[in-house]
Design a protein around this ligand. Structure first.
Ligand SMILES: *Cc1c(COP(=O)(O)O)cnc(C)c1O
Length: 476
């Protein structure tokens, strides 16, 4: 019987290909892969799917394929051509070179993380950035945690655990996935006191809710939506005054929290941390990897006594930052000391301020190579795009951009061919992520900074054939 003539695991392992695999991947992993390749060949023959009995080298080659696939880095680089600059699913901010270098240094060596080199005493890890946050925001002090969700959780637990926190019904935000303010509040052990209505909240609503049980008044930046029409929200300075009258801390969750006025580069201004503090917030919370353009982190900035309480909370230990991100955050913050050069030094800002004409020129340059790679089955056009900042900054604001729209020629199976094309771009060594709009795959070029790398891999694109309009897929 044919199955008996299938090479044994030992026979496969004695082939030169398998020997080379042992040298690369180790004996245990290679033996396991060979076993699976033999089993796959056997299953294939049982089903009658194999034309010939595979020999030992063929099975060894199959095992190497398995090993290569499983050895590839899962968390890897992609081209973000979605038009969303701070794309949460694509890792938000691309870090500045200075931050990359600082992080690499911190990874390679022992560092003075909680050690005061000058005084040879114990230091605190947040010390490396506290001074910078003070300088850049006007805050009295700062504490650093894992992300802004952690900052909000920690602040609420510290100030309002076992007490009440007052929030407007218009600000009970959900920020993608699991960050829902009422849930965070519950986990922080704070009782949520909702005031006002979805569209209108008055100072009077807050005033009536304040009591001896109030731990904090919270204002949350409605990062990813706007309430328009017949609306009223209480300005931060009024809330701050009310909070001060009742000796209750006023916390402002800014979300993105810009450190500089984006207006100077022609972007619509997003509230800055300095302004929020000047408007009377006792504590401000914001992210490190949104508009700030650094590593994932959450920053609590504000009154010294309150920051000290936050830092003493035992939860802080569970939410603290590691040396790698602290090093990156310090280096990123230092760039803000020279704000004039930020569009060059901070990739996030560089992408945000990029001019439409620049991207249109890139699109025109790339069009022939892309047209070549996708073949005759598709048309490629330079198009206008509307990029977004992303991650809940200026949700309705779009930035004029340019890109390429790749559309299937002809209507038969167009939907299926378009999906196959998008998959082919995602299947490149550095996956290219665009979006589908009006029957075309759109590549927004705002965040493309490695044009040569993009072009170099295009010849490997496995675009669907132009004549593959017949097939199982329903015509779109
Ligand atoms: C983004 C955001 C958060 C959560 O911040 P992460 O850094 O993603 O944890 C919290 N509040 C607001 C207002 C936000 O915009």
């Amino acid at each position: 019987m044919a199955l008996a003539r299938l090479p044994s695991v030992d026979q496969v392992l004695r082939t030169p290909v398998a020997a080379a695999a042992v040298a690369r991947f180790g004996r245990i992993a290679t033996t396991d892969a060979v076993r699976r390749a033999v089993a796959a060949a056997r299953a294939c023959m049982r089903k009658g799917g194999a034309a010939a009995i595979p020999d030992a080298p063929a099975i060894a080659a199959g095992a190497v394929q398995i090993l290569d696939a499983e050895g590839a880095q899962s968390l890897r680089r992609v081209f973000n051509l979605t038009g969303t600059v701070l794309h949460t699913n694509l890792g938000r901010a691309v870090l500045p070179e200075a931050a990359v270098a600082a992080a690499v240094d911190a990874m390679r060596s022992a560092v003075a993380l909680e050690f005061d080199v000058g005084g040879a005493a114990r230091g605190e890890r947040d010390d490396h950035v506290r001074g910078l946050v003070r300088e850049l925001t006007g805050a009295e002090d700062a504490a650093i945690v894992n992300n802004n969700a952690a900052a909000v959780l920690l602040v609420l637990n510290t100030l309002a655990g076992g007490k009440e926190a007052i929030v407007s019904r218009g600000e009970l935000i959900e920020i993608g996935g699991a960050f829902r303010l009422p849930d965070i509040m519950a986990r922080a052990g704070a009782r949520l006191v909702e005031v006002g209505t979805t569209n209108r909240t008055h100072l009077e609503d807050y005033r009536e809710a304040v009591s001896g049980a109030t731990g904090a008044i919270l204002k949350a930046h409605t990062s990813n939506y706007l309430i328009l029409g017949f609306t009223k929200a209480v300005p931060a300075p009024d809330l701050a005054a009310l909070a001060r009258t009742h000796s209750v801390p006023f916390v402002h969750d800014l979300g993105s929290g810009a450190l500089v006025d984006l207006g100077r580069w022609g972007l619509r201004p997003e509230p800055t941390v300095r302004a929020a503090l000047a408007e009377g917030a006792d504590l401000v919370t914001f992210s490190g990897d949104k508009l700030l353009g650094g590593p994932q982190a959450g920053i609590v900035a504000g009154r010294r006594d309150l920051v000290a309480r936050v830092a003493r909370n035992p939860m802080k230990r569970a939410l603290r930052l590691d040396k790698i991100r602290l090093a990156a955050l310090e280096a990123t913050l230092k760039l803000y000391r020279d704000p004039d050069r930020l569009p060059e030094t901070l990739p996030t800002l560089r992408s945000l301020v990029r001019r439409r004409a620049d991207m249109a020129a890139v699109a025109a340059r790339l069009r022939p190579a892309v047209a070549d790679a996708v073949g005759g089955g598709f048309s490629v056009a330079v198009v206008e795009c509307a990029s977004q900042i992303g991650s809940g900054a200026l949700p309705l604001e779009t930035l004029a951009s340019a890109g390429l729209a790749i559309a299937p020629a002809g209507r038969r199976g167009a939907g299926r061919r378009l999906e196959a094309l998008a998959a082919a771009f995602r299947g490149l060594p550095v996956p290219v992520i665009g979006y589908i709009r009006e029957g075309a795959l759109v590549l927004d070029l705002r965040c493309l900074d490695d044009e040569a790398g993009f072009v170099a891999q295009l010849p490997g694109l496995q675009a669907p054939d132009s004549d593959s309009t017949e097939g199982p897929g329903a015509p779109a």
